[in-house]
Design a binder for this molecule. Structure first.
Ligand SMILES: Cc1ncc(COP(=O)(O)O)c(C=O)c1O
Length: 470
């Protein structure tokens, strides 16, 4: 592509993105296409010769947009939010424009040093002490895998690093609540613990980990000759944003000398609000933690922040030192390729830098507070409307509810509530995730898209009530 064409198309694309964001509400939130419908719009073979690109925006509208589910739509209430502030869009463009690869300090000193700066800014925003050092990972799944690899090696005195899975005789065990995210199971499997050595600990009425049950599980494993290795606590579970009692879990972890990793993928963002920090009281005792600014903070996917009290564990587990990667600055600088799984690294720090400059911490705080208030508003509607049931506490921005017409069996309730979600999603007016919570069918409303105001929540509530009548 020539410079002039790049400029012309680039300006037009920026205009298109700005207009797209402004007119999002005119589009169905969830893509309405059927499997294969998008693929068939494209040629089976690649273009042999260059094609003119003047029609690109038209092609995007015609062939791509129908297959887009609009995560930044104000009526997106599914999963967890995955916001991308416009400042983050620009940062991604800059990252691509610079085309840097930040595997070592020398391969782009700015990529490493800006990462050091923003990850420390974020530490301060979360009010974590200086005993935590951070690094950007792509996703929470990767960060949790890194944590379990570090835990495994610390427990086995780095013997598995040298000898692989045969390096330690007693099976190592991992603990997490029965509400833990699926990435924990994946990480336990990938890091070689084996599914049989992952213990799901039961949760209490508020869906938080039961620490008595954790103690019992650890005691039983020890009695049976296994070696407890790591516990993963969640601040803000995916199902209901339940809060595991970090302080109590940390006390057990310390006593048993096991690694405590805290998964605060969504809820970590809320910790920039002083009034929310009680939710992870005890966090200072964690060995590592992860939060995803690419969820609720507005930093576009992907950007996950991993903090640890001792980055040497990462380095001991992840570093390789072939001759072609050595540089004169080794030993004086951070080479982040040694702090994570991939060798190559995108310049992700630009995204957080630009979002913080554009919004300021106060701007982010105001938006989070708006979302928390909106969640409380919906909670109060459910609590005061006969025929509706709230299935979990609402400490953050997710509400789990269901419609409970009189006389319905559990099976009928499931079908009825699934139909409500299906109808809303198909209507394109809102997008929700159905989920089951301890055998009850739940409609899960997750608030937090950038443009979601009270009016959108009120409209959702009306839609739910209408759909429930049918
Ligand atoms: C609590 C929790 N942990 C981990 C993850 C995985 O996040 P990622 O997609 O960054 O791997 C999620 C995703 O929603 C989550 O809710």
């Amino acid at each position: 592509m020539k410079k002039e064409e790049f400029k012309q198309l680039g300006y037009a694309l920026i205009d298109w993105i700005a207009d797209y964001r402004e007119t999002l509400t005119n589009r169905p939130v969830m893509s309405q296409v059927t499997p294969g419908e998008i693929k068939q719009r494209f040629a089976k073979a690649p273009p042999t010769h260059p094609e003119p690109l003047e029609g690109l925006l038209h092609d995007i509208e015609r062939d791509i947009l129908p297959g887009i589910t609009h995560w930044n739509h104000p009526s997106f209430f599914a999963y967890f939010p995955s916001n991308t502030e416009l400042a983050s869009v620009l940062a991604d463009l800059l990252t691509a424009g610079l085309g840097t690869q930040g595997m070592s300090w020398q391969t782009s000193p700015a990529a490493t040093e800006l990462e050091e700066v923003v990850i420390d800014w974020l530490r301060q925003m979360l009010d974590l002490s200086v005993s935590f050092t951070g690094v950007i990972q792509d996703t929470a799944s990767t960060a949790t895998l890194a944590a379990l690899l570090c835990a495994r090696e610390r427990s086995s005195n780095f013997s598995q690093n040298a000898k692989g899975l045969s390096g330690f005789e007693a099976p190592l065990t991992v603990y997490a609540s029965d509400q833990a995210h699926s990435s924990i199971e994946k990480a336990a499997l990938l890091s070689g613990f084996g599914k049989g050595n992952l213990r799901y600990i039961k949760t209490n009425n508020e869906h938080a980990l039961d620490t008595d049950a954790l103690r019992e599980a650890i005691a039983l494993d020890k009695k049976q000759g296994r070696m407890p290795c790591a516990v993963i606590a969640t601040t803000g579970t995916t199902g209901t944003t339940a809060l595991d009692p970090i302080q109590n879990i940390a006390a057990i972890a310390q006593q048993e000398k096991i690694w405590l990793h805290v998964d605060a993928a969504l809820a970590g963002t809320a910790m920039i609000l002083p009034e929310c920090r009680w939710m992870w009281r005890g966090i200072e005792q964690a060995d590592s933690l992860v939060l995803n600014p690419h969820k609720w903070m507005g930093v576009g996917f992907d950007f996950s922040a991993y903090y640890t009290r001792d980055p040497q564990h990462l380095i001991r587990v992840m570093s390789t030192n072939p001759s072609y990667l050595r540089t004169e600055q080794d030993g004086q600088v951070n080479n982040y390729r040694d702090w994570g799984i991939p060798l190559g690294r995108r310049f992700r720090a630009l995204k957080l830098w630009l979002v913080l400059r554009a919004e300021g911490v106060s701007g982010l705080q105001a938006r989070l507070r708006r979302d928390l208030e909106n969640a409380q508003w919906l909670k109060s509607q459910i609590d005061t409307t006969p025929g509706w049931e709230r299935l979990a506490p609402v400490p953050l921005q997710t509400i789990c509810l269901r419609h409970t017409p009189e006389g319905f069996t559990e099976e009928e309730l499931t079908r009825h509530n699934l139909r409500i979600v299906h109808e809303l999603n198909q209507s394109g007016k809102a997008y929700l995730t159905p989920s089951t919570l301890k055998n009850k069918q739940s409609i899960r409303v997750s608030i937090g898209a950038l443009g979601t105001e009270r009016s959108h929540i009120a409209a959702l509530w009306e839609l739910l009530k209408e759909a429930a009548k049918r």
